[in-house]
Design a protein around this ligand. Structure first.
Ligand code: ADP
Ligand code: MG
Length: 728
């Protein structure tokens, strides 16, 4: 998104009591990364750390202690009293275990002295009680141990809670006794490493002989909703599940689409400024903020960074958003589909790769060689997304995203790529073979040397595409707002790594029989495009025709979470995760188990909450309304009014009857679900039976909302939740 609409709000800053401090003065003041290490560590210790980072060597005890000492001195000066190992278990949230810095020293027999102590081993390894985190069956109880290990590639940071206590957070990975990944970060780190190796090998074949490393880059645009906290607190569904389970859409909805271009409400601006300030202090480079399409929906986008840091930063940003929102009396909703009938929230993951010279491999560049490299890399990504479309679609599936993509009001998840007209045209020409015979001259004639213009090809951006080329990067848009980006990004990195290896092998064969390297590369590009054009689609992804067309093209169609889980359980579809060393078979299986368990649990909570809402709020409201209507009816003399009231009563009664009968069916289904112990069967029951019944129940409840007097309806309505702060 562009920063265009920011300027008009800058005048709001004038009202502040303190003059704004330049961001550069406090950016990252709560972080301790390599820069701080260089500044504060003895030279040998710093050099050893760099070697560790580059070659994966073990740190000596002395160095580890020196690093820990420098970190502790800094953290205590910043007011931190505790430290924690911060990690990302497979539930998709983060977890932390806090310890204070204090330690007891025996000065002599009778005297105890409290000192601050933090050693290298406390920094490097922790052992949280892992039994409360899901392992997907990987750990038997006798070895229910989990370990956290410091990830020195991501800066340490200090977080202040609501009452001002400060904790030093150490980014860590989380693994089991035999080294199995119990978290989302470990596979991500493995995937960026493999990607670098495979990309270097491929680039060398293209002629970039001096390339040393390739970095995956990520900029995650985060969408969210803000609801007034007092209003949200009166919605048990928001409190329990993060989304509304009942609620009739407002007449206005997002029909007018005026929110997108409108000014940000003052109360929200104040939240955003506070949020950004916190994130800047934590070293998160937030760049843009703006309204989104739906009322009360907003977006925040950072400047892209190296993948593992950007991933940590997105997780940290989500936590910070919730915390700062509470301070501003908002509830921040990161759910993918908090409200029916209006847009849900996604997290557009802008993905690219750059070499060690800082050149973006997906930037068409300025020379014919860079352009050719760009075309080759883009073709590889197209192949990767086509080959692994099913697992990419599954990697973004979650209970919430299931409603945003694939629910009854949303399009199914079918992964396809939108390239934009310019790139499409270039690839079409190459695919027709017009460039394969050619020399560099002909490639230039083709327009390859003018590719830089692609970045201006914004006119026909396709908002419905789940995976789009946007000038100098691909944007994976199907990712859900609440997702831990490490999951889909690991899969995408692995898919591209796998395809890079395949492409390198093919290119070697072509090179052996083609005199010119450029010609060989163009041949590879042509073959890749011809073989994988089925994944390219520039039409409306939300249309029914696309579904039919996708079927003809044999693209995987993921209609529900059940379909997604099946892909994780498909040995053939997941084989590349093993060959790229991103996950082992055991780890894949554990993810499959954890996801299913999580899906079943969150669905059970949703359905139980729906039944409770109906019983506690909707039924009593209809009963009162009926009582009133019957009372009025009783005394009416006028015949036409009598019959009109009769019709009104009949409508209410029929809504009530529907409501009660669907509620009964849902309760019966839930009972059956409770008797089932097989997770696969449970998922199937939830998808095929419980969810459709809950949808019918909701429809009846939402009808009732429109038939019952507002004063009798105690649940806050959509208009109160969505249009609340636009009035302030
Ligand atoms: P758009 O207008 O297409 O949304 P922006 O330039 O505003 O583009 O960028 C959107 C997001 O993409 C930002 O988070 C930005 O940092 C990120 N981004 C830009 N270039 C890259 C890149 N090479 N790799 C990863 N992310 C990138
Ligand atoms: Mg966006």
């Amino acid at each position: 998104m562009s920063a265009d609409n920011i300027s008009q709000f800058s005048s709001l800053a004038i009202g502040r009591d303190t003059p704004a401090q330049p961001i550069s003065e406090y950016f990252g003041e709560l972080t301790f990364g390599l820069g701080e290490m260089r500044e504060r560590l003895p030279r040998e210790a710093f050099n050893e750390l760099i070697k560790t980072l580059e070659h994966g060597r073990k740190l000596s005890k002395d160095t580890a202690d020196a690093i820990a000492k420098a970190i502790m001195d800094w953290a205590i000066r910043k007011g931190a009293t505790h430290f924690c190992h911060w990690f990302q278990p497979m539930t998709g949230l983060t977890a932390e275990k806090h310890d204070s810095f204090i330690s007891i020293q025996h000065a002599n027999h009778s005297e105890l002295k409290v000192i601050e102590r933090f050693t290298g081993s406390m920094l490097i390894q922790g052992e949280p009680d892992a039994s409360s985190f899901p392992s997907g069956g990987m750990r038997s109880t006798f070895e229910a141990r989990g370990y956290t290990a410091w990830d020195p590639t991501s800066p340490l940071f200090i977080v202040e809670n609501a009452v001002g206590a400060k904790t030093l957070c150490i980014p860590t990975v989380f693994f089991g006794y035999h080294g199995q990944a119990l978290d989302n970060k470990t596979p991500l780190l493995r995937s960026v490493q493999t990607l670098s190796q495979e990309a270097c090998a491929f680039l060398k074949l293209l002629g970039d002989v001096d390339v040393k490393s390739v970095m995956a880059t990520l900029g995650a645009e985060q969408e969210y909703f803000l609801v007034d906290r007092e209003v949200a607190a009166r919605r048990p569904d928001l409190m329990m599940t993060g989304r509304t389970l009942l609620g009739a859409p407002t007449a206005r909805g997002q029909k007018l689409e005026d929110h997108y271009f409108g000014s940000i409400p003052t109360r929200v601006i104040s939240f955003m400024e506070d949020l950004e300030r916190e994130l800047y202090r934590l070293g998160v480079p937030v760049k843009t903020r703006h309204n989104e399409v739906a009322p009360s929906q907003f977006e925040m986008a950072p400047i892209f960074e190296s993948m593992s840091i950007a991933s940590d930063h997105n997780t940290l940003a989500m936590e910070t958003m919730k915390r700062v929102a509470a301070r501003h009396n908002f509830m921040c909703l990161l759910h993918e589909k908090p409200f029916a009938a209006i847009n849900g929230s996604g997290k557009h993951c802008n993905w690219s790769m750059s070499n060690d010279k800082g050149e973006n491999l997906l930037d068409p560049g300025h020379t014919p060689h860079q352009n050719l490299r760009f075309l080759a890399v883009a073709a590889v990504v197209i192949r990767a997304v086509h080959k692994h479309a099913g697992i990419l679609a599954s990697s973004i599936m979650s209970p919430g995203n299931d409603l945003r993509l694939g629910g009854n009001e949303a399009p199914p998840t079918i992964i396809s790529i939108f390239l934009g007209s310019m790139l499409e045209k270039i690839f079409e020409t190459i695919a027709r073979g017009e460039a394969a015979r050619g020399s560099e001259r002909e490639i230039i004639n083709l327009g390859v040397s003018h590719i830089p213009d692609i970045s201006k090809d914004y006119t026909d951006r396709n908002r419905t595409s789940p995976f789009a080329f946007t000038g100098n990067k691909f944007e994976f848009r199907a990712v859900g707002a609440s997702a831990n980006v490490a999951v889909p990004m690991s899969v995408l990195n692995a898919a591209v790594s796998d395809t890079l290896a395949e492409a390198s092998a093919r290119l070697k064969v072509i090179l052996a029989k083609t005199p010119s390297r450029d010609e060989a590369v163009i041949t590879l590009v042509r073959d890749l495009i011809n073989e994988n054009s089925a994944i390219l689609f520039s039409g409306n992804n939300y249309s029914a025709e696309w579904r039919e067309e996708a079927k003809r093209r044999h693209l995987p169609i993921i209609d529900s979470a059940a379909d997604a889980f099946a892909v994780w359980n498909d040995e053939k579809a997941t084989e590349f995760l093993i060959s790229t060393k991103v996950l082992s078979r055991e780890e894949i299986l554990s993810r499959y188990n954890v996801q299913m368990e999580r899906y079943v649990k969150s669905m059970e909570v949703e359905l139980d909450t729906t039944v409770a809402l109906v019983n506690e709020y909707v039924v009593p409201a209809i009963e009162k309304q009926l009582e009133r209507t019957y009372a009025v009816q009783r005394d009416v003399k006028n015949d036409s009014l009598k019959s009109a009231l009769g019709r009104r009563t009949a409508i209410l009664e029929s809504t009530f009857a529907d409501l009660l009968s669907h509620c009964d069916s849902l309760k019966k289904s839930l009972d059956k679900l409770g008797e089932t112990h097989d997770e696969v069967a449970k998922v199937a029951m939830l998808v095929r039976d419980c969810r459709p019944t809950a949808d019918k129940l909701r429809a009846a409840a939402d009808r009732a909302e429109q038939e019952v007097a507002d004063e009798l309806w105690t649940l806050p309505k959509y208009r109160e939740m969505l249009f609340h702060h636009s009035m302030k």
